[in-house]
Design a protein around this ligand. Structure first.
Ligand code: DAH
Length: 335
């Protein structure tokens, strides 16, 4: 009988009661007059007095245990019934599901387009040395060109990168040619913070180095990108410009038109908005990175991501992207 008692205890412990039907089945199996527990009490009567002394205590413990499990299950089911599933979250941890930041989704969208054009994705460090951020890119020491970008210095020759062009240098130094890569990332400049400029922002750099790469390849690549990103009928223009690391250099504008007040403001009354700098990689830069300029040439470009995001989403104040206001960010949760 001792074995039977132990068996029932272990069965009872395993019984998972999660519904009224299971509770009823439990009652029928263990607790009714013809149930297993009562049967043991009937058998108990036939034991010798000696045996009764030993088994009696166990049998009472068993009875209490079986009843306790029943009562606990009953209580549990009562509680379950009282939860209002419509307004209460289910028991357990309630976690809010986040979504991609609008700047991230713009970078992802750009990446998809450039991947279709055959570009891979590379990244580099945000804390950069003078060589990768300036010298290798043909910024001479103490040359005013360095003032184009107000730098946050960490130490003498170490700074927060002012542009993603530093990653170009790292890629070229790796020495695996040809290179056809974009380099998205965050950059930093010591600028007054306003609705249109911030002390950090985002760029997508592009670099294509191979035999016989020409300016028309650059124009076609960027033209394709803009058509994919802004729409098939987007008008673009290239203006001659200057960057120390490209020769010739250009800036590319897209035509927004002058239909709304914000078109006027953004384009300073011209209808045209600058979205990127670009050019043929200066031979000095290629040589700094030990690339043979008699064989290879290449183009590079740098796109401003935040401005593109403002344009695409109609956001007027750049700062709203970065002050972590959920009411603003939730608008982009479907992206
Ligand atoms: N690095 C430049 C900037 O931050 C942007 C740029 C211009 C990148 C021309 C390039 C380029 O790769 O070819 O203003």
């Amino acid at each position: 009988m001792k074995d039977q008692i132990n068996k029932i205890i272990s069965d009872v412990e395993k019984f998972a009661i999660t519904s009224k039907e299971e509770l009823e089945a439990y009652k029928l199996k263990f607790l009714v007059k013809k149930g297993l527990v009562n049967q043991l009490f009937v058998d108990f009567k036939n034991l010798t007095n000696e045996e009764k002394k030993v088994i009696g205590k166990d049998l009472n413990i068993l009875k209490l245990k079986v009843e306790q499990v029943y009562l606990d299950a009953q209580l549990f089911l009562e509680e379950l019934k009282s939860i209002d599933y419509k307004s209460d979250p289910l028991p357990g941890y309630y976690t809010e599901v986040g979504s991609r930041h609008p700047i991230t989704s713009i970078i992802d969208e750009m990446t998809l387009i450039f991947e279709r054009l055959g570009f891979s994705v590379s990244t580099g460090p945000e804390i950069e040395d003078d060589w990768h951020n300036f010298s290798a890119l043909n910024f001479p020491d103490n040359h005013p060109a360095r003032d184009m970008q107000d730098t946050f210095f960490v130490e003498d020759d170490i700074a927060l990168r002012t542009h993603t062009s530093s990653v170009q240098v790292r890629l070229m130094e790796e020495g695996t040619l040809p290179i056809r890569s974009i380099m998205p990332g965050r950059v930093y400049r010591n600028e007054a913070i306003s609705a249109r400029s911030n002390c950090f922002f985002h760029q997508v750099e592009g670099l294509y180095i191979d035999k016989g790469v020409s300016f028309s390849d650059l124009k076609q690549t960027l033209y394709n990108f803009v058509q994919e990103f802004f729409g098939q009928n987007t008008r673009v223009r290239f203006r001659a410009s200057y960057f120390p690391f490209t020769e010739p250099s250009a800036e590319m504008d897209i035509y927004l038109g002058l239909e709304t007040e914000s078109d006027y403001r953004l384009t300073k009354g011209t209808g045209w908005l600058e979205i990127l700098g670009c050019g043929m990689v200066d031979p000095n830069v290629l040589e700094n990175c030990k690339i043979d300029t008699s064989i290879y040439s290449g183009f590079a470009f740098g796109l401003g991501v935040d401005r593109m995001a403002m344009l695409k989403f109609g956001v007027k104040d750049l700062r709203t992207f970065f002050n972590s206001d959920k009411r603003f960010l939730e608008q982009f949760s479907c992206l």
